[in-house]
Design a protein around this ligand. Structure first.
Ligand SMILES: [Zn+2]
Length: 220
């Protein structure tokens, strides 16, 4: 999610006059950043992880109508989804990036929670944090504004993905295990920081909704 935001902002800064790359619809960027992994939930239907939802062709087809209607405005959103498998999974895994033209898996397959993986994930989070401060997104995302309500979606997606890996554990051994491996501790900390930020942003959105309801009541 953090790298999706970094890539989307960078791509938008490159192709537009808006050199700060703010004002993208952040909840959509974050969701697109994890959307290819939706294949994890369709395993029972015979869908194999890292196959067609991790291919360039698949997403180009899905984005074609948006590219036609919205033009280059849709490119940062395409970048958010493509970086998932062309950057993230490509480094820390292997993906069928050329499906349906080739069913070979490509990637560097660096181990998850290795030094390089944790360094990359942490760097992504720090970069994203720097950018949100610089381009004004931080102020927007933490303001009492109902445009922040959709931040609930990436929050739930992040929490779901964390539970996906933790569901077979009870809490005490899980915490002990995470604490015993420093790299994993950092990785979990990164996730907790991001989840907290998303939760606060979504809560601010919901506060705006509540205030609106109260104002409506006063008017009556
Ligand atoms: Zn993936």
């Amino acid at each position: 999610m953090a790298w999706a935001y970094v890539w989307a902002v960078a791509v938008w800064a490159l192709i537009s006059r808006d050199k700060r790359g703010g004002k993208l619809f952040v909840p959509a960027i974050l969701m697109l950043g994890v959307l290819p992994d939706i294949d994890l939930f369709f395993g029972s239907l015979g869908v194999v992880h890292h196959t067609f939802t991790h291919s360039l062709f698949f997403w180009l087809v899905i984005f074609a109508p948006f590219l036609v209607v919205f033009g280059r405005k849709s490119i940062p959103y395409l970048a958010a989804v493509v970086q998932h498998f062309a950057f993230g999974d490509f480094l820390v895994g292997k993906v069928m990036i050329l499906w349906p033209f080739s069913r070979s898996y490509f990637g560097f397959n660096i181990a998850m929670s290795s030094v390089l993986d944790v360094a990359l994930e942490t760097a992504g989070l720090l970069l994203a944090a720097g950018i949100v401060v610089f381009n004004g997104d931080l102020k927007r995302l933490l303001s009492v504004d109902n445009r922040n309500i959709p931040m609930l979606l990436p929050f739930l997606a992040l929490v779901t993905s964390m539970l996906f890996f933790a569901v077979d554990w009870s809490l005490a051994p899980l915490v002990a295990y995470i604490w015993s491996r420093k790299l994993l501790t950092i990785l979990v900390l990164d996730h907790v920081i991001l989840a907290t930020f998303l939760a606060v942003s979504a809560a601010q959105g919901l506060r705006a909704l509540k205030q609106r309801a109260l104002n409506m009541r006063k008017l009556r």
